[in-house]
Design a protein around this ligand. Structure first.
Ligand SMILES: Cc1cc2nc3c(=O)[nH]c(=O)nc-3n(C[C@H](O)[C@H](O)[C@H](O)COP(=O)(O)OP(=O)(O)OC[C@H]3O[C@@H](n4cnc5c(N)ncnc54)[C@H](O)[C@@H]3O)c2cc1C
Length: 508
């Protein structure tokens, strides 16, 4: 690739990604006096955050922290670290107040969602929570946050295990590149639902952050643990869990509710249970639907979903709504301490890209926006401690590194993921996936957004398959036909460049 135009920028804190975690981190760092560059690959309003419907799970008051923690631990199936989870939940009050001070007006009614033993989910504008919260955060961002939209981060600047910023290119003009040297870098690039054929995630969720970190030497944890949302339309549009909290029933083609066959909590069982129940019905040849008729004032409570159903010619008052599970959330990600640091010096993470162990093997509904806020704040505070970069540490970064692209098109990667990496797996399918992904010729291409994203999804499919093969048990979002029970000792699966996956027993 010819180095046509290279813009060089220096800042205190580089934030990559403008969802809830990145936007909040950028604001916190700037409010503390740092010069911040926020780089995002499409528009500022991007990522999964703007699509979050259900809301944010805040404990009702300090006396509810214990119960919220218990619900989180039950959903996490032995992989949630209770000390980390308790501190995140307890700290969330501060950020709720911050949001309200900035101008977020929460609806009065609280939502009940699967796995929560109480109605404690706060929402805004009915089912538009993510959009409205992000809108306020972006409108109130301090002026000293410099934003570069349409800029794809494609390489971290690493020397001896220390990250000094990143290289990016313009999404429309890949020959226009940017080199950002920063005291600290915060990755907030979200998840990677786009690995799968059917996903609730937007187009930009291609796992870039996982690979930026992994290829730079950072450790990934539990990347095989992926949550499939039980109720999505066939195009991936989510029908919020809050609908079941309001009384919607899961029914077969004859209108018979079936959840009582699977769990005493029926429609409000945790997501892994509901998703597997629906997959089981589908495997038995029964179509699956959501019956929304028990919900009163549906259009008022769920205006976005009501509009979407109308455009599809569906009427929630009369029609059963056809649904199926869709790839939704990566519980695993870059191994991240409770304070946002990673195995690489000066690299911090927040939001879905990070694995803090808060969500364990199965995220509790509406806990991810809470985590995005608390960890966005913590990553920013930790980043501020990074010492200034000495000029002599920096020699020329190679902005011309060619990209090695596997000879594989995106549709076939998605097809493989859909078939073998969904929530029900076995060693035969996982080995086949690895074999099919191994024998690909690599060829060198000039970087552009699509080829870069395909390369990431290709690499991610291999990592998920390797992690899933190593996890010889069934737990949370991961079900192995050949190992249908949880292992007696819970463990994390760690992956680092050039090493086989390792198991790390869960302490305590
Ligand atoms: C349909 C839907 C509904 C949901 N509902 C809820 C809910 O009700 N409650 C809840 O708690 N959670 C919900 N979730 C999950 C939650 O929305 C996400 O986990 C959370 O918003 C992730 O926030 P984030 O800041 O980590 O990442 P995102 O919001 O995904 O933002 C990632 C950002 O990184 C940018 N980016 C990615 N790669 C690059 C790159 N290479 N260079 C530059 N920029 C890059 C993207 O453009 C984007 O700006 C939902 C998710 C979906 C998809």
């Amino acid at each position: 690739m010819v180095n046509d135009q290279l813009t060089k920028v220096r800042c205190d804190v580089l934030v990559i990604g403008s969802g809830i975690a990145g936007t909040y981190a950028a604001s916190v760092a700037a409010e503390s006096g740092a010069d911040v560059l926020l780089l995002t690959k499409t528009r500022l309003m991007s990522g999964s955050t703007q699509w979050a419907q259900g809301g944010i799970a805040f404990p009702l008051d300090t006396s509810d922290v214990e119960l919220h923690l218990r619900d989180t631990l039950v959903a996490g199936r032995g992989l949630t670290d209770s000390t980390t989870a308790e501190s995140l939940i307890s700290e969330s009050f501060i950020h709720l107040e911050k949001l309200e001070e900035k101008g977020v007006v929460f609806d009065l009614e609280l939502g009940l969602e699967g796995g929560h033993s109480k109605a404690r989910v706060k929402h805004v504008g009915g089912d538009r929570t993510g959009y409205f919260v992000l809108d306020v955060l972006q409108k109130t961002m301090p002026e000293r946050v410099l934003c570069y939209e349409n800029t794809v981060a494609y390489k971290l600047l690493v020397r001896n295990g220390t990250v000094f910023g990143a290289l990016g290119f313009n999404a429309d003009r890949p020959d226009q590149r940017i080199e950002v040297v920063a005291r600290a870098t915060i990755l907030a690039t979200g998840g990677s639902g786009q690995l799968f054929k059917v996903t609730t995630n937007p187009r930009e969720s291609t796992g870039d952050g996982f690979l930026l970190a992994y290829h730079s030497g950072a450790e990934l944890r539990d990347i095989e643990l992926i949550q499939f949302h039980p109720t999505a339309l066939h195009d991936g549009t989510l029908i919020s869990e809050a609908c079941r909290g309001e009384g919607a029933r899961l029914v077969d083609g004859h209108g018979h509710p079936f959840m009582s066959e699977y769990d005493p909590d029926e429609e409000l069982a945790p997501r892994d249970v509901v998703s597997r129940a629906i997959s089981d019905q589908l495997a038995r040849g029964h179509d699956t639907f959501l019956d929304l008729t028990p919900i009163t004032n549906f259009s008022e409570k769920f205006p976005y979903i009501a509009r979407k159903l109308k455009t599809l010619g569906l009427d929630q008052h009369h029609d059963r709504i056809p649904i199926a599970p869709a790839a939704h959330y990566f519980m695993g990600g870059i191994s991240t301490s409770p304070f946002g640091s990673t195995s690489l010096s000066r690299l911090y993470c927040a939001g879905e890209v990070a694995s803090t162990t808060f969500h364990g093997a199965n995220r509790l509904a509406s806990n991810s926006l809470l985590e995005g806020l608390v960890m966005g704040h913590r990553a920013a505070i930790s980043a501020l401690d990074a010492p200034p970069v000495k000029f002599h540490t920096l020699d020329a970064w190679d902005a011309n590194t060619p990209l090695q692209i596997p000879n594989q098109d995106l549709d076939s990667i998605k097809e493989l993921a859909h078939k073998y990496l969904n929530s029900t797996r076995d060693s035969e399918g996982l080995l086949q996936t690895l074999q099919l992904l191994a024998n690909r010729d690599l060829y060198t291409l000039e970087i552009d957004k699509t080829t870069y994203e395909v390369a990431n999804l290709f690499a991610l499919a291999r990592l998920v398959a390797k992690g899933a093969l190593e996890r010889e048990e069934s737990r949370g979002g991961h079900y192995r036909r050949d190992f249908p029970n949880p292992s007696p000792t819970a463990y994390h699966v760690l992956q680092s460049l050039g090493q086989d996956p390792q198991r790390e027993p869960v302490s305590g």
